[in-house]
Design a protein around this ligand. Structure first.
Ligand code: COA
Length: 328
């Protein structure tokens, strides 16, 4: 029996109305628009209101993806929500999304792989579809990172934003869809980017909250170097496995962490900047949501045509990294 190919049938995205500009940040922390723009490329990021929560944006993005895929929510077999900022500890955000979508046939679970979560989801979805266990899989990346950002720490608070992106995967004809996908992690680098509070080890008490243990902590300079190397290496691996070269790539959508990371990875891969997508100026780093938001923006802008080769690569806390190459 020949293997079923898995591809993306529809995409969607959603984010809060609230905007936090560099000028806003200048008023609350010792920073400047000039520093943030030149060091990161970020001009603004979306920020959820206190009464907004992750699954709301995930559901908005999912509804768009489901409609564009032309399927009914009742046909979805599996819902994977990549998030490090879930609505609550239990049940999973994926189960809460399932209930809202009335996708009652599906199995649902969260993926905790930080900024690589969406590509981890594509990898699992691809395997489930190719293996015959699922026909339609909804993969979501959704975050409200601004809830876990310490707005007294200028080295992290300027970077992160909120939003969600989603994709419906299903069977596609031979030669299309996922051509190669790889996911990796290395837990020895835990302390490069982490939030120690809130779990069974770090605890969740008045003291840990006052100390800000639940906020993201990051060794920015080290993350920068390892992110560039890992994303470039794993991108080369998937291209090689698919029998493709950098010049075959029509569109490269890297995780949006820093414009300088995007530029360095693209240069190492020799993908011309005209074929690289960047929305970091408008969204900042939205972790697992950054790639699906970028992908859907490209679809909406007509930057993705049938037959195009699309490369996506990510890096995040864990540390985790991943890449996928697909033919649209
Ligand atoms: N505004 C003004 N100055 C700032 C600042 C800010 N928001 N943040 C840091 N600085 C200062 C530092 O205090 C330091 O000052 P010093 O030289 O007097 O000590 C100086 O700027 C340089 O800091 P450094 O951390 O070396 O800057 P950088 O060029 O490495 O940029 C990051 C910092 C965080 C933007 C960059 O390292 C980065 O993007 N790393 C990757 C982070 C990331 O993507 N994480 C998520 C991975 S998914």
């Amino acid at each position: 029996m020949s293997k079923v190919n898995a591809g993306i049938l529809g995409t969607g995205h959603s984010y809060p109305k609230g905007v936090l500009t560099n000028a806003d940040l200048e008023k609350i922390v010792d920073t400047s628009d000039e520093w943030i723009t030149t060091r990161t490329g970020i001009k603004q990021r979306r920020k959820a209101a206190p009464d907004e929560y992750t699954s709301q944006f995930a559901v908005g993005a999912s509804r768009e993806a489901i409609e564009r895929a032309g399927i009914d929510p009742a046909e979805i077999d599996l819902i994977l929500c990549a998030t490090v900022t879930p609505d609550q500890i239990l049940p999973s955000t994926a189960c809460l999304i399932q209930a809202e979508l009335e996708a009652h046939k599906a199995a649902a679970m969260d993926i905790v792989a930080a900024c690589s979560g969406f590509l981890y989801g594509l990898s699992i979805a691809g395997a489930m579809i190719s293996g015959g266990q699922s026909k339609y899989v909804l993969v979501i990346g959704a975050e409200i990172l601004t809830r876990y950002v310490d707005y007294t720490d200028r080295s992290t608070c300027v970077l992160f934003g909120d939003g969600a992106g989603a994709a419906i995967l299903g069977p596609v004809e031979s030669g299309r869809g996922i051509l190669s996908v790889k996911i990796r992690s290395d837990g020895r680098y835990e302390k490069q980017l982490y939030a120690p509070g809130g779990g069974t080890k770090g605890g969740f008490t008045a003291e840990t909250i006052a100390r800000g243990d639940h906020f993201f902590k990051m060794k920015g300079h080290e993350v920068f170097k390892i992110a560039v190397r890992s994303m470039a290496d794993i991108s080369r691996e998937v291209l090689c496995e698919a029998g493709l070269k950098a010049e075959d790539v029509d569109l490269f959508i890297p995780h949006q962490a820093n414009q300088r990371i995007t530029d360095a990875v693209s240069e190492m891969l020799k993908v011309d900047s005209s074929r690289v997508y960047s929305n970091i100026a408008m969204h900042g780093n939205t972790s697992s949501a950054s790639i699906p938001i970028g992908l859907d923006e490209c679809v909406e802008a007509g930057r993705v045509r049938q037959g195009d080769v699309i490369l996506m690569a990510s890096f995040g806390g864990g540390v985790t990294w991943s890449a996928v190459v697909m033919r649209w």
